[in-house]
Design a protein around this ligand. Structure first.
Ligand SMILES: NC(=O)C1=CN([C@@H]2O[C@H](COP(=O)(O)OP(=O)(O)OC[C@H]3O[C@@H](n4cnc5c(N)ncnc54)[C@H](OP(=O)(O)O)[C@@H]3O)[C@@H](O)[C@H]2O)[C@@H](O)CC1
Ligand SMILES: Nc1ncnc2c1ncn2[C@@H]1O[C@H](COP(=O)(O)OP(=O)(O)O)[C@@H](O)[C@H]1O
Ligand SMILES: [K+]
Length: 467
């Protein structure tokens, strides 16, 4: 698991660390890290340009320029606020033979030291003009300038970084936005930090969480998943959700609903029935995709909420909650619920748009409904009512296809049925789902059924990291 910390916590921790370290030493360590990565990226080429802002981020860039000069690299710096440039860094840079220029010449690598942790809003016009004039790849200091450190939002021009070198710990921007290859320079900040504000699961975490049958297991002991999805109008949603569930774990999958014939024909291993009341016992329900929002769908939703097992509620189930909040009354407060809205469903459910800060939005919904909320998108945010948040950034957008969400809800249902902790179930499912999309697409568009079919490959790929 990779932890990420908000700027507020990073700044407070840095202040404590700064108070007990010799003046300037942290900045020089940070800058040395930047220079080391720059030398690696230069691979023998010898011209570097610095864009230097008014704060310590610019100071890091100037000190990195100093270290690069000492290795014989030609370094040019544009000072965006000459009178406010970091004084010691600038003096060292000049003394080492660095040249201050009005405009960067042709270089092999550009260092973005415009703004770091104190960034607010997009690049200002002067900085944006200098950035636009650069053709070399950018190495961002701490984070790409113009991208919000806490939300990853870009509201205008920003630096497109090929590489980012950050210090002390990762910040939310590194999981929420494209920062290129992210490198971390450690300098003893971790003991000063509270628990992380966000986490990103790594393959090891998911491999560890994924249910694997043991010698004593049978089809029941691994958890039985119930799928309450689909309708005469939308049988496909039922086929996709059930199939995803069948492929995600080796326990039994029961389907209940109007698409029983279609599901049975495609997934003979599933136990299908036309009515939810005949479904039999399950250890978790996945409810909602293609279900409709009429009275009979409401009764299905009430039935699964009363069943006393974890529930993944998606699509029409979310719309029903939005239309009729009284439906929540059917839920025992101890029943774990995972809600999986996309942005429009979120707006329906919450009566407000998601807004720029997707993490805060997911947290608000999780707190309001006492549920895990998985906010879908290229970057999926998974928030737990206790405040924990996981982030899954998809490496491609191929999963953005019709029916893809139905597949996700089936996978989450299977993991809940296997007893996986809801936040971990939702985050692991999101990871495997995006990986399956990437593997299936392999550079070309794919239907959701192909994404679903790649779930076993994605699980294999994740599990391959374990010894
Ligand atoms: N503390 C530590 O222990 C260590 C910290 N380290 C380094 O310090 C960095 C934080 O430095 P910092 O706090 O001095 O501010 P920084 O991010 O350089 O911003 C400077 C000024 O830029 C401006 N500005 C704002 N938005 C803008 C925009 N969109 N476009 C253009 N300009 C914008 C705004 O000034 P304004 O013009 O509004 O007065 C702001 O005050 C951190 O990221 C890391 O690199 C490392 O050395 C390791 C040790
Ligand atoms: N741009 C994107 N990049 C990667 N994944 C995406 C993107 N947009 C959506 N997704 C993923 O695709 C799925 C879409 O779900 P949803 O909107 O419910 O579709 P549907 O209702 O058609 O099944 C979600 O898992 C979501 O996270
Ligand atoms: K920067």
């Amino acid at each position: 698991m990779r932890g990420l910390w908000n700027t507020e916590h990073v700044k407070a921790a840095e202040a404590r660390l700064l108070a007990r370290t010799p003046e300037g030493s942290l900045m020089r360590r940070a800058a040395f890290g930047v220079a080391t990565v720059a030398l690696e990226l230069l691979a023998g080429r010898r011209r570097v340009g610095l864009l230097v802002g008014s704060g310590d981020n610019g100071g890091d860039a100037l000190w990195a320029g100093y270290y690069l000069r000492r290795r014989g690299v030609a370094v040019f710096a544009v000072l965006l606020s000459p009178e406010r440039a970091h004084a010691e860094g600038l003096a060292a840079f000049r003394k080492a033979g660095g040249r201050v220029v009005d405009k960067l010449p042709e270089v092999d690598l550009a260092v973005d030291g415009v703004v770091g942790l104190s960034a607010r809003g997009p690049l200002r016009p002067e900085a944006a003009e200098h950035v636009a004039g650069v053709t070399a790849p950018f190495l961002a200091v701490d984070l790409p300038s113009g991208v919000d450190p806490d939300t990853g939002v870009t509201g205008g021009p920003f630096v497109e970084a090929a590489t980012t070198v950050t210090f002390g710990c990762l910040k939310p921007v590194h999981a929420l936005a494209d920062c290129g290859d992210v490198r971390l320079v450690e300098f003893g900040l971790r003991p000063e930090l509270p628990g992380p504000d966000l986490m990103e699961l790594e393959r090891e975490d998911i491999a560890f969480a994924w249910p694997v049958p043991g010698a004593g297991d049978d089809k029941y002991t691994q958890g039985v998943t119930g799928i309450a999805a689909g309708s005469a109008t939308y049988p496909g949603a039922a086929v996709l959700a059930t199939g995803a569930s069948v492929l995600a774990t080796s326990g039994m999958v029961r389907y209940a609903g109007q698409a029983a014939d279609a599901v049975r024909a495609r997934w003979p291993e599933s136990i299908c029935t036309g009515s939810i009341t005949d479904a039999g016992r399950v250890q978790a329900w996945s409810v909602g995709p293609g279900l409709g929002t009429g009275l009979s769908a409401e009764n299905v939703l009430k039935y699964v909420l009363e069943a006393g097992v974890p529930v993944c509620a998606d699509a029409d189930a979310i719309t029903m909650f939005a239309n009729n909040p009284d439906l929540w009354d059917a839920r025992d407060p101890d029943t774990a619920v995972v809600l999986t809205p996309h942005d429009r469903e979120y707006a329906r459910l919450m009566g407000e748009d998601v807004g720029d800060d997707r993490v805060a939005a997911a947290r608000r919904a999780a707190a309001r409904f006492n549920a895990v909320v998985l906010l879908k998108g290229n970057t999926t945010i998974i928030a737990d009512p206790g405040g924990a948040v996981a982030v899954n950034r998809s490496r491609s957008s191929w999963p953005a296809t019709a029916g893809s969400g139905d597949v996700l809800s089936g996978v989450i249902g299977s993991l809940l049925a296997a007893g996986v902790y809801p936040l971990l179930a939702a985050a692991s499912a999101a990871h495997v789902h995006s990986l399956a999309g990437e593997l299936a697409a392999n550079g070309a568009p794919i239907p959701a059924s192909s994404l679903m079919a790649a779930i076993p490959d994605a699980i294999r790929s994740v599990r391959a990291v374990t010894p």
